[in-house]
Design a protein around this ligand. Structure first.
Ligand code: SF4
Length: 455
């Protein structure tokens, strides 16, 4: 009943967002930075921003997320944050000893107009950056973009700093995974390894934000792309950018800077998109082993066996564009009908790509939108399932429609860190969640004579 006042009548809004379907850019930049081994993210702004970004990531991953801040006060807000950042760089290297500091800006430092590259150059000139250590940066004002573009900007920062052009290309393939779970990154590497492809995944948050309990605190867990690996990306034969918004810009920059050919693919969510990922790895020297064929066959088997439960079920999607497009394609492939799909991230092609994914124009889709609008769409045309992050649970409860949690953030469940939704195995997990949600609902509401023990 929390949302009982949401009106069914849709009034177009221009200057008001209600229940945003995104978080702010620095969260994505911070997450990407954590995918570098021994990297400490640094928020160039006020303490409040950094506290929010850390807590959002900590609550989603259930792991302590370390980050430093320039701790702006009234003085730095007026005169600029150069002195704070200079002091922070010196302190961080001497106290916490990371290999990399990844600086991202915030609304405040961007509004002031702080020139972060110039400040980093000054810090280097003044000897505040020890030999063999690095400070990278990304511009992430949050009055534009979202956590997805923040991720993309920090990936560009990695390419800018570490990639070096060379004529001697290796057999290695770069993979930029996009803003996905550590479990998904592990799955991407597993598939590449099964196919015999030597891959450099960057950033890589596996074994950083899904670490085991050992009884010892480690500020820098053993995961993450190493500096050595990042320095080699300019020598790779190609880059696979998984998702045009989060991964495309970094891959294109690498192509321009080091002539590493890039292929921009969908995130491998579902059968078709995973086939495309596997096929692309095949063109770069990989071969499909029996193990992968088995996983694909098992996925097909479950799709076929459960077809009657998927057929004609209507879905509403909210989340990140790179995830929603292949998800919509997969749901359509298994016989479901995607009726509404909205994202908070801006993307000129989102609407056309969504229509292409579901194979028809008759779908309510919008970028730069919010959950209030999605709620109104569902009030006008109800659905059987909602796919979205934790914030969609209010809508789900209000309307009695099951929610499949996907994307970021998920504060109120566990599992996303450990079980992928990418690849054939990930698609199988998605199917299991969908069938369970649909059958749980029908079990809860079935009359006695229709309450069956078996499927
Ligand atoms: S939206 Fe801007 S001010 Fe708010 S937390 Fe994000 S960076 Fe800071």
């Amino acid at each position: 009943m929390l949302l009982r006042h949401t009106p069914k009548t849709i009034v177009e809004r221009e200057a008001l967002t209600i229940q945003p379907a995104k978080t702010c850019q620095p969260i994505g930049a911070m997450y990407a930075a954590l995918g570098i081994h021994r990297c400490l993210p640094h928020s160039h702004g006020s303490q409040g921003c950094c506290a929010y970004h850390r807590s959002a990531l900590t609550r989603h991953y259930k792991e302590p997320v370390m980050a430093a801040t320039s701790s702006f006060t009234e003085g730095s807000s007026v005169f600029g944050g150069q002195a704070n950042l200079m002091e922070a760089i010196g302190n961080i290297f001497s106290i916490y000893n990371p290999d990399v500091i990844a600086v991202h800006t915030t609304c405040l430092s961007e509004t002031i107009g702080d020139d972060v590259p110039q400040i980093i150059a000054k810090a280097r000139d003044e000897g505040k950056i020890p030999k063999g250590k690095y400070v990278i940066h990304a511009s992430t004002p949050s009055y534009v973009g979202s956590h997805v573009t923040g991720f993309a900007n920090m990936v560009k920062g990695m390419v800018q700093e570490f990639a070096a052009p060379t004529n001697e290309k290796s057999r290695c393939v770069n993979i930029i995974p996009g803003f996905v779970e550590p479990s998904d990154m592990t799955e991407l590497k597993r598939i590449a390894s099964l196919m015999g492809v030597s891959a450099t995944l960057f950033p890589d948050t596996s074994e950083v934000l899904d670490t085991p309990q050992t009884g010892r605190y480690e500020m820098y867990p053993r995961g993450g792309a190493t500096i050595g690996a990042l320095k080699s990306i300019g020598a790779s034969q190609a880059t696979l950018a998984l998702g045009p918004i989060a991964s495309g810009p970094g891959a294109k920059l690498l192509d321009t800077k080091c002539k590493v050919h890039c292929d921009i693919l969908k995130l491998p969510i579902g059968l078709k998109a995973t086939d495309a990922y596997v096929d692309k790895l095949r063109t770069y020297g990989g071969s499909v082993p029996d193990e992968l064929e088995l996983e694909r066959g098992q996925l097909l088997d479950v799709i076929t066996d459960m077809q009657q439960y998927f057929h004609g079920k209507k879905a509403a999607l909210v989340g990140d564009p790179d995830q929603l497009i292949p998800l919509a394609e997969f749901l359509t492939d298994i016989g479901m009908e995607v009726r509404h799909a909205i994202t908070g991230t801006q993307g000129k092609k989102f609407n056309s790509r969504m229509k292409e994914a579901v194979g028809k124009d008759d779908v309510n889709t919008r970028d730069l939108s919010d959950m209030f609008y999605l709620h109104q769409l569902i009030l006008n045309e109800p659905v059987d399932l909602i796919f979205g992050n934790t914030y969609a649970k209010y809508m789900s409860r209000d309307m009695g429609i099951p929610l499949i949690r996907m994307g970021f953030p998920i504060y109120d469940r566990v599992g996303h860190q450990y079980f992928p939704t990418l690849g054939y195995k990930g698609a199988l997990r998605l199917l299991e969640k969908i069938v369970t949600a649909l059958l749980d609902k029908s079990d809860a509401s079935a009359p006695e004579e229709k309450f069956e023990l078996t499927l």
